[in-house]
Write a protein of this length. Structure first.
Length: 133
């Protein structure tokens, strides 16, 4: 999970927040009007260190989240989007991600490939978000 990678030092704060934003946007866009979790305030690694809270998205939040997701989907290739979705939305483990996205059969190789790919993807996502502000 994103929190575990942050705690282990595999990703930095900037990459962590990019992943949180992507995950929050995806949930807000998908489940409009339904109570959800504000992932940007979750876990011990969040800037506030507070417990995540339930939120109900209003129409403006839903529109903004959908626009942000559309921009990300137009900017990144399908493999990178598949990697981000498997880890951040579907919450697959790194072994399954490495096998599914990178086609590595051996467990160790699959985990290494998934972790390396995710670090690159989150860095690129953070760069993208910073450039579109």
């Amino acid at each position: 999970s994103l929190d575990r990678l942050k705690r282990a030092g595999d990703i930095n704060r900037r990459e962590y927040h990019a992943g949180c934003k992507y995950r929050s946007d995806a949930h807000t866009a998908e489940y409009a009007g339904i109570a959800g979790i504000n992932y940007e305030r979750s876990g011990a690694t969040a800037p506030s260190g507070r417990i995540p809270r339930l939120v109900v998205s209003d129409a403006a939040d839903v529109v903004a989240a959908r626009q942000d997701l559309d921009r990300v989907r137009k900017h990144f290739n399908q493999r990178m989007l598949d990697l981000l979705n498997r880890v951040l939305i579907q919450e697959q483990n790194l072994e399954d991600v490495g096998r599914g996205v990178f086609k590595w059969g051996a467990q160790r190789d699959a985990v290494i490939a998934a972790k390396a790919g995710l670090v690159v993807a989150l860095g690129a996502l953070a760069d993208f978000y910073e450039s579109t502000r």
